[in-house]
Design a binder for this molecule. Structure first.
Ligand SMILES: [Ca+2]
Ligand SMILES: [Ca+2]
Ligand SMILES: [Ca+2]
Length: 470
């Protein structure tokens, strides 16, 4: 036996292997570590041959199978493996392969567990990255108390905002003011206070949100959130203005907004209505996708409705708006070039004019007459909503009388038409003896009272008498 050396105790064996005694005992039991017991010796007396330990190490590491096989071939004496240098053995002992193979079962399980976890993590990451554009896209909403909760297309919450409004209106309100303009059951136009659209074409849907509360306080801000919930910008409606000698502080309520590619370059502009509490003036604002003001116009009354249409077929849209003017207490209809939205409505009385605002740049501003026998105690008429037809004709539904006023696309008045609402009111007044039978040409006579603001003459005239249609 050449170069045979002997280890005479667990202490020497464990020192040679570089592990503690307990590990050596476990290896002896489970991995057949070649340790010899001394019969008749003190309890626990052991010894081991260095060459046997080296061979065992090689077998367990799988590094030198031939060397182990040659033990029987060359010497014919089992248990006498060939020797290897200490340096080579140290390299094996320190080597990763050896450590992995000789690793105790618990460590091996941990390593396998780690690999399984790593593979699972990579798979999960791949899955998340693959579905991210879908699952993180704002699509729906819930109102929970004062929180706006934004949902993905599968109805899962992706983020939420604490609006800070304890009186925030609920699910039904925002559900009826979502995404696009519509008419309610009374045919009054209602505008969105919440919309999910990619307004700036960056691939992510913005969330536009106007906070509306039951107590109607602090309703003057439109928020624009990015798809991930970060606030992009906010627009505060109104500003301090003096009409006549009366100060109207910047305390405004947003009625709603609509989204439209006004300049036809792909991204969406925002058209927003807000009015001073409790009634006038009304601010009509055009914002770009970054929240920058492109134009604003002040009506000494309110706007009830607006729509965007290319009235004259020149490829550029116009904005048609309808509402009421508080000085005249009549319904009004106006047309704007979106590239020139500024100034304020035409007023005669100084109490309805603001020194801080220039003359309005509207293309048309039309006064609609009142029906004299309706609401004589509080004479007022306002335009409620707009109807646009394929041939670009425009109809305005009047709020109090229920009459329809019709115009062509060049804003020439075509006539009034009656409605069930109007006829019901007239029949009630007739039955109560409050009015005599209206003349058969009543609507025609009323039509002659439709007046246009003439920018040059600064006076109200029939359209035929206008000196300018600017
Ligand atoms: Ca976007
Ligand atoms: Ca645009
Ligand atoms: Ca046009």
């Amino acid at each position: 036996m050449c170069n045979t050396s002997l280890f005479r105790s667990w202490k020497e064996i464990s020192a040679y292997l570089g592990v503690d005694k307990r590990t050596c005992l476990r290896w002896e039991k489970k991995l057949a570590l070649p340790v010899h017991r001394i019969e008749g010796g003190a309890k626990g007396s052991v010894f081991a041959y260095k060459e046997e330990l080296d061979a065992w190490i090689l077998v367990r590491s799988g590094q030198h199978p031939k060397a182990v096989l040659s033990v029987e071939d060359e010497s014919g004496e089992k248990g006498h493996p060939p020797t290897i240098s200490r340096e080579e053995l140290s390299r094996l002992i320190r080597g990763r392969v050896f450590r992995q193979i000789l690793a105790p079962p618990r460590t091996r399980r941990l390593l396998i567990g780690f690999h399984v976890l790593a593979i699972a993590a990579i798979a999960a990451l791949f899955f998340l990255l693959r579905v991210k554009p879908m699952s993180r896209s704002p699509h729906g909403f819930r109102i929970e108390g004062e929180h706006l909760v934004v949902l993905n297309p599968r109805g899962k919450e992706i983020w939420r905002k604490d609006t800070g409004f304890r009186d925030l209106l609920g699910q039904d309100f925002y559900g009826s003011r979502l995404q696009t303009r519509r008419l309610d059951e009374t045919e009054r136009a209602v505008f969105p206070c919440l919309a999910f659209k990619d307004i700036d074409l960056d691939g992510g849907r913005e969330v536009l949100f106007a906070a509306k509360t039951a107590d109607e306080m602090s309703e003057g801000v439109l928020f624009c959130y990015a798809a991930d919930g970060r606030e992009r910008w906010r627009f505060k409606a109104g500003r301090d203005l003096v009409f006549g000698d009366r100060l109207f502080p910047a305390d405004y309520r947003i009625q709603g907004f609509d989204l439209c590619d006004i300049d036809r370059n792909g991204d969406l502009e925002i058209l927003l209505l807000a009015f001073h509490k409790p009634d006038w003036p009304c601010q009509f604002v055009l914002l770009d996708a970054r929240g920058k003001i492109l134009g604003e116009y002040w009506n000494a009354g309110q706007w009830s409705d607006f729509q965007v249409v290319d009235l004259n077929g020149d490829g550029r849209v116009e904005i048609v708006a309808a509402g009421v003017n508080n000085e005249y207490r009549t319904g009004v209809l106006a047309v704007f070039d979106p590239a020139q939205v500024s100034g304020m409505s035409p007023q005669l009385e100084s109490g309805f004019r603001s020194a801080g605002l220039s003359r309005g740049t509207e293309k048309f501003y039309v006064r609609l007459p009142r029906v004299p026998f309706l609401r004589p105690e509080e004479p007022v008429e306002s335009a409620k909503s707009l109807f646009l037809y394929e041939n670009k004709d425009i109809s305005v539904l009047m709020a109090e009388s229920g009459l329809f006023a019709h115009f062509n696309s060049a804003l020439v008045f075509l006539g009034f038409s009656s409605s069930h609402t109007f006829e019901r009111q007239v029949n009630l007044l007739l039955a109560g003896g409050k009015i005599a039978l209206p003349p058969s040409d009543f609507l025609e006579t009323l039509g002659k009272k439709v007046l246009y603001w003439d920018g040059q003459a600064r006076a109200w005239t029939p359209r035929q008498a206008m000196s300018s249609t600017w």
